[in-house]
Write a protein that binds this ligand. Structure first.
Ligand SMILES: [Zn+2]
Length: 225
């Protein structure tokens, strides 16, 4: 081979090696498909804090090493400051679910809703030192105008796509709640599961270990907002 072709040949070989390397990287998809197979569930508890149910829920989450999100009602914090601080101290997320949970007041105007949200946020700040960044509309729904204003104030609006039925099914026992959580979450990823931890929801706490076990067995990881 003529000597003057050698640099060109070396360049060609280097280019081939580079392409081969790129190809190898592109075909190493298992890491990518593994990420896609990681399913996620968010356990979200509304309407607390309560003394009995929230504390029980926290005990279970601690035992299971699971983080959750608590959308709290500001007016229900008084006398339960310790419980609210425990939610924060154990690594869960505290979100705003209104100060009063009285629909006629909150939804009377966009201004009223913002004032109410701020009032709840202030309660959370005063008790825990944390500024909440997530919001859930009382009663659910979309409320696009208010959502826009809340987003402007830095809130992420969180809805749900599965329910355990503790508000929807009157008098539901733990078995029913577990079955509803499983059924309504079927095939979803991520799952955002609605649960309640106000005082009347003992069966929810009772169903929680089974709910966690089910989604864990299904390959879900538990996340908080
Ligand atoms: Zn609520």
């Amino acid at each position: 081979m003529q000597r003057r072709f050698i640099p060109a040949l070396m360049l060609f070989v280097a280019l081939l090696l580079l392409l081969a390397g790129l190809g190898a990287r592109m075909t190493s998809v298992p890491a990518i498909s593994f990420a896609a197979e990681t399913k996620e569930i968010y356990l979200t508890f509304d309407d607390g804090p309560s003394t009995s149910v929230t504390e029980k829920v926290l005990d279970i989450l601690k035992e299971e090493d699971v983080r959750a999100t608590f959308f709290i009602v500001g007016d229900r914090v008084q006398g339960r400051e310790k419980t609210l601080r425990r939610i924060a101290a154990e690594g869960h997320t505290i979100g705003v679910h209104s100060q009063t949970h009285v629909y006629s007041e909150i939804y009377s105007s966009a201004d009223a809703l913002l004032r109410d949200a701020e009032s709840c946020a202030e309660t959370i700040r005063r008790v825990t030192g944390i500024s909440p960044r997530v919001y859930r509309f009382p009663g659910g729904g979309k409320h696009p105008a208010s959502a826009k204003l809340l987003r402007k104030r830095g809130y992420r609006i969180v809805s749900w796509n599965a329910v355990c039925g503790d508000e929807e099914i009157r008098g539901a026992d733990a078995d029913t709640l577990y079955a509803s959580a499983v059924k309504t979450a079927e095939g979803k990823d991520p799952v955002i599961l609605l649960l309640h931890d106000s005082a009347s929801h003992r069966p929810t706490a009772e169903a929680l270990p089974r709910i966690i076990a089910h989604f864990r067995a299904e390959g879900y990881t538990f996340s908080a907002f």
